[in-house]
Write a protein that binds this ligand. Sequence first.
Ligand SMILES: [Zn+2]
Length: 276
Amino acid sequence: MPEGPEVETIRLDIEPLLVEQKIKSTWISPVLYPATQKRNQFKTLEGKTISALGRHGKLLWINTSEEHYLLVRLGMTGRLHVQHRDDSLEKHTHVRIQLNSGNELRYIDSRRFGSVTLVQTEAEKLFEIQKMGPDPFSWDIKQKKEIIKRIQKSERSIKTILLDQSVLAGVGNIYASEALFVAKIAPEKKGTELSAQKLLSLLDAVQDVMKLALHHRGTSFMSYVDGWGKKGDNLSRLWVFARTEQPCKICGTAIEQKVQANRSTFYCPKCQKDRR
Ligand SMILES: [Zn+2]
C-alpha cells in the first residue's frame, strides 16, 4: 500500500510530463463511476491546462489553470502512469486524461480502494487537506510539538496513533513499524506513557525512515510501482517490516509480528523493550 514516500515518488515522476499540458479529453470507466452524470463532470477538465501537482500525506492532487482539481487516493493497489495514448491499456484502467503531448495520464486500480475525484473550488481541496495532520516531509517544530501533546493525551497504542491520518499524514503500516524500531519504542506503549523527549525522537525517526524511503524510490512490498511502472528499492533496507523471524539487523534477535487494530506490527522484542 503506497504511503507518503511512495506517493511522493510517483508525484515527482509524473509531474514533469503533466505540467503545462493542456487536457484534450477525458475518459472515466463506468466501473469507477456508474452514474453518467458523474462521469460527465470530468469533461469540464477538457481545454484546461495542468498547472502543478501537490501532495499531502497519501493524497495527491493535480491543479489546473481554472480552479479544477483532481484529487487522487491510491488506496491499496492504485497506480498513476503517464503513457503514450497508443500504449496498450492495462486491465483495470479506470481514468484516462489525454494531453496535447500525445501522452495520457492513466489511473489503474485492480482492487479499487483508491479514488479519483474532481473538485471545482480550492476551498474543497483545502478542506480535504485540512482533515489531515501535518506531513513529515514538511512539518515544522511547532506542529511537531502539537502532535506530541495530542499523542500524550491518547490511551491508544503508539502504533495505532501513528496510523491515524488526522494526527500525522502519510504514515502507514510500513513506516509506523520502522519508525518505532528506530526510536526503540515498544509498539503497544500508550500515548500517555511516552515522554515528550521520547516522542520527539519518534517523530524524527518517522521523518528519517520516510526520507530514506523516498531516496530509494519507495517500498515495493505488494503492488506498489513508481510513475514509470518500476519497483522501488527500499524493501531490502527495512529494519523490521515484513521480516518476521528474520534476525534483527542490530541485535540478531528474531523479529516478531503481532496484530494491533487489525494491522500487522513488526518489531524487535529486544531493541524495543520497555524503555521510556
Ligand atoms: Zn534488535
